[in-house]
Design a protein around this ligand. Sequence first.
Ligand code: PHE
Length: 346
Amino acid sequence: MDINDKISQILTQVEQMQAQSRDELEQLRIHYLGKKGEITALFDEFRTLSKEQKAEIGASLNALKNLTANKLQEMRAGYDEQQAAENKLDLTRSAEPIALGTRHPLSLVKEEIIDIFSRVGFTVEEGPEVEDDKHVFGMLNFAPEHPARDMQDTFFVEKEEGVQKPTDILLRTHTSSVQTRVMTTQKPPIRVLCPGRVYRNEAISARAHCFFHQIEGLYIDKNVSFADLRQVLLYFAKEMFGEDTKIRLRPSYFPFTEPSAEMDISCNICGGTGCGFCKGTGWVEILGCGMVDPNVLEACGIDSKEYTGYAFGLGVERITNLKYRVKDLRLFSENDVRFLRQFSAC
Ligand code: PHE
């Protein structure tokens, strides 16, 4: 086959050439234009020709080379475009690394407490954080001059700008206010949990804050006794801190309960033998409780001769401290992600 035939044969091939992939494209380039490629070989052959023949063939050989190079270039560009389009919809690409959020430790503990009490029939009620004196103090048997009403302990809300006192609008200091709302609007039997944020006028430190979270419980029915209260609290302590947990009730005072008590649990760090955490006593205080004072029932329109009830109130921060050993209360409200991320596995 003379060189002219070879040129026209390759020309037909090149005009029809197609590639299914970038690899195939590269194979074609090597096949025609590579060091040992067919067109390269023609140039080698060209060099052996006579002057006349060179003049005759040179142009068409060059044209073949350029056509091939252009065609390969065109096909490559097509691939680049296709690749770019595909990249936009590349379903195999890994997802953006968006960090998963975590639940706040106080929310985790709140949910756990609600879950434990809901298993024995308690339902959740919520109420306003900005309250009136009547629901926070008055109906709960606080004497008119009770020190809790002092501005040192309670945040009052100015009704009119600049007019501080007397005002009966305040930030609730406990969620017992929700209990008075429930007692005045529902008929016994009542079995509710009242979770929520409460406010007290305290200097902020590692051990005190101007707001914190409570969950208070209330059960009112015929023949509710102190034994029922003790039983439900023992159940809660064992569910929350483990089967071996013991409880002890110490006499205390709250205006709205009579008798009143504070409950300790056996220290969940040393198991009751005494350690730095429980100051060597083996016990840690976790909540206040008592039998609802008949004055409170009457103030809320419930017949205290027919009904009795118990109430208890616990601090969510306190329980969280015991469960997760968080020593500084301020961590709960600083939103430091290094603190919050530690609860991702909880
Ligand atoms: N309300 C009390 C407090 O804020 C807690 C409590 C609730 C005590 C119910 C007894 C009964 O400290």
